[in-house]
Design a protein around this ligand. Structure first.
Ligand code: ADP
Ligand code: ZN
Length: 609
């Protein structure tokens, strides 16, 4: 069992290492335990059930809400040499019957089924006779009324599972992490003592950026012009604006298409496919676009307007860089967007939206979104803290960190803070972070005065600095063990063995902090230029031709990240080709010759570097 999973990881998917959380879930499922995986978009949830599906004895049934997503996943699996199929309303009845018959005969390892179909007569017969080892629920938050996308048909899953010959392993996956949704998933699906894994929400390959262009359209075209070969999504707040931006782009000759709820089904489908198959590399859309879009080579997501909350923002922006390649998430902020969103929330007809949020909640969520757009602190840190994670104040890979931060000598600040902590201890007291910041800032807070802390000699000695800055420094000192956070009933700050050295000025301490406003430079332009762009383009062209012949989107043949790895490793034989991340055995046999030949040609013309 232990080796099997690595073999499949390499043979079918072409990877050599698991990402965070994957292995734990796979191991649990292989021992017959239920599992719940909560992982952000792009973290790699699919492998968590696809690998066990190939190792367990019997069929794995995957419940998935979106037709386009099923088709994509099945395409990708078939390309990797896995016997897989889907059953949903897009099949003709002849095809439906045939698929089901083959499934009963054990012709598939993985069968995707739309939830609406589950309790149909023939499906229940299938359930009763077939050898089903696992039922996997993708987008599991759809089972909860508290999620942002409740689907009543998800309530049928449990009954379906109860019709099986023997109880299957049940595994469920979602990117939604709120407590209520999680509880609903466990109870409504009937998970038994599940192995529950929540991976961090950070997506290190995404570069976050907030910009305030005077003219959004000019800024947009400048970006697209510069990133000629990249595929990306531009989100607009309204249908009208979507139309305007899309025509402005096509008028200027950019290969853009559009998507919103005002178009008829046929056109929506066509436009979506144009984008997925790279016939149009730019999609201009409202937030109606994207649920279930698995396109792995989206290298930028630009929000032309500020969305209404961080949850939506992170989900939409997260559609960039799913294959792990570097990608940009840019938000064009203008105060007007705040007013528009406020208006929409206050004039919404519904008492509460599908997420159970009231107008008041929605306004609060909007406020947080606005803070994100206006903060001078690290953007990544802001998002992660919003989702309840701890994160350093400086990531070095967002527009604020790269333009607004500078290295500061905080030795003196550190001395002030540490001596404050000593003085509090000498009075036989201890406090949490907020109180300590208040004392240093010289606040008139009643609790502080009552405790007599305004008599400390360190009271108000950092009055000229912002509370936020003091807090950042305090957090940093704790992170670096110059102080510690003692988490009893209330977390309180205490000194550590390292504290004393700071007071004796034995160590200079520096950290990255937001620049004071008057020292700010114009934002630098973010650029990236892969060294072998020429080869990358050549391989991309080849990939397109092969994808067209196979009638699948290009990213199903190979992700951009795989092409980049080829550019780095320059594989010229099949053995070397297998070393490329994203190349499994089946794909090597299918495509190896084409790519190694192209690379051999390239190397002959250009040399190895
Ligand atoms: P999710 O469903 O969580 O949004 P996916 O399952 O679609 O994410 O995976 C996102 C991308 O990451 C895919 O291109 C997938 O091939 C890739 N991926 C998944 N697991 C690994 C891994 N262990 N190593 C490298 N890439 C991986
Ligand atoms: Zn940052």
């Amino acid at each position: 069992m232990g080796n099997g999973k690595y073999q499949i990881l390499k043979d079918c998917f072409g990877y050599t290492e698991f990402r965070g959380g994957q292995e734990e879930i796979i191991d649990a499922v292989l021992t017959g335990r239920d599992a719940l995986g909560i992982m952000p978009t792009g973290a790699g949830k699919s492998l968590c059930y696809q690998i066990p599906a190939l190792l367990l004895e019997g069929i794995t049934v995957v419940i998935s809400p979106l037709i386009s997503l099923m088709k994509d996943q099945v395409n990708a699996l078939v390309q990797a040499g896995v016997k897989a199929a889907f059953i949903n309303s897009s099949l003709t009845s002849a095809k439906y019957d045939e698929t089901l018959r083959r499934a009963v005969d054990g012709g598939y390892r993985i069968l995707y089924i739309a939830p609406e179909r589950l309790l149909r007569e023939d499906m229940l017969r299938f359930a009763e006779t077939a050898d089903i080892a696992m039922v996997t629920v993708d987008e599991a938050h759809c089972v909860s009324q508290w999620g942002h996308d409740f689907r009543p048909s998800y309530l049928k899953i449990r009954e379906f599972a109860e019709h099986l010959k023997k109880r299957p392993v049940i595994s469920a996956f979602t990117a939604t992490a709120t407590e209520r949704v999680r509880e609903d998933i466990v109870t409504i699906l009937g998970l038994e003592n599940p192995c529950s894994i929540t991976t961090g929400f950070d997506r290190g390959n995404l570069f976050f950026s907030v910009q305030r262009p005077e003219r959004k359209l000019t800024a947009l075209t400048a970006y697209i012009e510069k990133h000629r070969e990249s595929s990306g999504i531009i989100y607009c707040s309204t249908r009208k604006l979507t139309e305007e931006v899309c025509s402005a782009l096509t008028d200027q000759g950019f290969p853009a298409t559009r998507y919103h709820a005002g178009l008829d089904d046929r056109e929506r489908h066509r436009n979506q496919d144009d984008f997925l198959y790279d016939r149009r590399r730019i999609m201009v859309a409202t937030n109606a676009f994207g649920m279930g879009i698995d396109k792995s080579n989206v290298s930028f997501v630009i929000h032309y307007n500020m969305p209404k909350n961080i949850e939506s923002y992170y989900q939409e922006a997260g559609r960039a860089g799913r294959d792990g390649s570097n990608a940009d998430c840019i938000l064009f902020y203008s105060p007007q967007d705040v007013r528009l969103n406020k208006f929409l929330i206050e004039n919404s007809q519904e008492e509460s939206d599908s997420g159970g949020n009231t107008t008041e909640n929605n306004l609060e969520l909007l406020k947080q979104m606005t803070f994100y757009c206006t903060t001078s602190g690290c953007l990544r840190s802001f998002i992660l803290r919003y989702f309840g994670e701890t994160a350093p104040h400086y990531c070095g890979h967002c527009s604020n960190c790269t333009t607004l931060f500078e290295t500061c000598d905080i030795t003196i600040d550190a001395q002030k803070i540490i001596s404050c902590v000593y003085r509090i201890a000498r009075q036989g007291r201890s406090f949490g972070k907020i109180m300590i910041v208040n004392i240093l800032k010289g606040s008139k807070n009643a609790k502080l005065i009552e405790a007599g802390m305004d008599n400390l000699s360190t009271y108000g000695i950092m009055a000229e600095q912002s509370a936020q800055r003091i807090r950042s420094i305090l957090d940093y000192l704790i992170e670096q063990n110059y102080l510690s956070l003692d988490t009893g009933e209330y977390p309180v700050v205490r000194h550590t063995p390292r504290s004393a050295a700071v007071l004796r000025s034995e160590e200079a301490i520096t950290m990255m902090l937001p620049r004071e406003p008057e020292h700010r430079e114009k934002p630098a332009v973010f650029t990236e230029a892969p060294a072998d762009e020429k080869l990358f383009l050549k391989l991309k062209k080849l990939r397109n031709t092969l994808a067209q012949d196979a009638h699948v989107p290009a990213y199903i043949v190979f992700a951009d990240s795989a092409l980049r790895d080829m550019c780095r490793k320059l594989p010229q034989t099949s053995r070397e080709f297998l070393e490329v991340s994203g190349v499994g055995r089946v794909k090597m046999e299918q495509y190896g010759e084409f790519f190694t030949k192209a690379i051999r040609e390239y190397v002959a013309e250009n040399g190895e570097n």
